[in-house]
Write a protein that binds this ligand. Structure first.
Ligand SMILES: Cc1ncc(COP(=O)(O)O)c(C=O)c1O
Length: 348
């Protein structure tokens, strides 16, 4: 296919994090123990049975990843094998079939390639968000797993998640409602975790925050994560920590940043429970991190009926987060050396 058609006439640098219909998506279906070959389709609509377990019982999971254009025109994915691995933890947790790694990668590559015209150009600040998803689609009524599944991958060009370009500082409000139970599905990327979070996000925004921050649902003491991102913290003693919890999504971005903090900045890093109220006075810098959020510094946290500032006025970007952001996006865009072979090029 001559995918190198001219780019769409979009105002790339003005894009927000919204759905933009593109030309192609990949779709494959599973029935009686096996996947069909699947292929690219043009319709953005899915036909599912009205009794489909995805609709009633949230038997579905998904992934989120990005493709970026490098300065030399290469199209780069960031650690896509980890998205495939994570989907194969979520699917079986909900009694859904695994998506073979080769099928996952091929579907992602085909969809990115077919939508070449929609991949934001280098330097625009935008990227191509990729959404693989697995849903139970077949006829059903009682609480049991579906007999048919669809694996689909669609893409959408996106700008920054938090509306501001570059490194903007956000605020979080501790949620009064829980996201995930200790032995529940919090560590899997399943839709059921997110529907309950819509109210938490709304409540956080009513307080003037960008997003909800969840504490552990057992003791409501330890930081879990934000609505769509993990949390990383630079402490005043010079160490760099991130919450250890079985109820949070194991963020690929966070795992990468922890490695960069240790190897490139020489920080002592630790994944451990972080008691918000007790440890807050020792917070030097904090940030939310994820595919969509990238690395976004957190300036203020609302808890116990008051705002608590981090890093002075709660509005400035600290040096540790700035360095980590530069390292992360430098690698993701192919501008810096990739010592860990995190990048995966999609041949166009
Ligand atoms: C709840 C939640 N936590 C964390 C993350 C970040 O994970 P990743 O870095 O793998 O995108 C996401 C998604 O991006 C998320 O939805």
């Amino acid at each position: 296919m001559d995918a190198k058609v001219s780019k769409k006439d979009l105002n790339w640098s003005e894009l927000g994090f919204q759905y933009q219909r593109t030309d192609f998506r990949f779709s494959a279906t599973w029935e009686k123990g096996s996947w069909n070959e699947g292929g690219l389709v043009s319709s953005e609509f899915i036909a599912v049975h009205e009794g489909a377990p995805a609709l009633h019982y949230a038997q579905q999971c998904f992934e989120g990843m990005k493709a970026q254009t490098a300065a030399d025109g290469r199209i780069l994915l960031f650690r896509p094998n980890l998205n495939s691995e994570r989907m194969n933890l979520a699917g079986p947790r909900l009694l859904m079939p695994e998506v073979p790694a080769e099928m996952f990668m091929s579907a992602v590559e085909q969809t990115v390639r077919a939508n070449y015209a929609w991949i934001p150009p280098y330097g625009s600040g935008a990227s191509l968000y990729i959404r693989p998803m697995l849903i139970g689609i077949g006829e059903n009524l009682g609480l049991k797993p579906a007999k048919q599944y669809e694996f689909r991958v669609f893409v959408s060009p996106v700008g920054p998640y938090y509306q501001q370009a570059g490194l903007a500082v956000i605020s979080l409000a501790v949620s009064d409602v829980d996201r995930a139970a200790p032995l529940g599905t919090g560590s899997f990327k399943v839709g059921a975790n997110y529907a309950g979070g819509l109210l938490a996000t709304r409540m956080a925004q009513q307080l003037g925050a960008n997003e909800a921050l969840y504490l552990d649902s057992l003791e409501r003491r330890y930081i879990d994560e934000a609505g769509s991102a993990n949390i990383i913290i630079a402490l005043k003693d010079g160490s760099f920590v991130t919450p250890k919890s079985d109820a949070i999504l194991p963020s690929i971005t966070r795992r990468s940043i922890m490695q960069l903090a240790k190897d490139q900045l020489g920080l002592v890093t630790e994944e451990r429970p972080i008691d918000l109220r007790k440890e807050f006075p020792n917070f030097q810098e904090a940030a939310a991190c994820g595919t969509a959020a990238v690395l976004t510094p957190v300036g203020r946290i609302w808890y116990d009926d008051a705002w608590h500032n981090i890093n002075g006025d709660g509005e400035s970007v600290g040096p540790v987060m700035q360095k980590l952001y530069d390292l992360l996006i430098g690698i993701q865009k192919g501008e810096l050396e990739d010592p860990y072979s995190w990048l995966h090029e999609v041949e166009i």
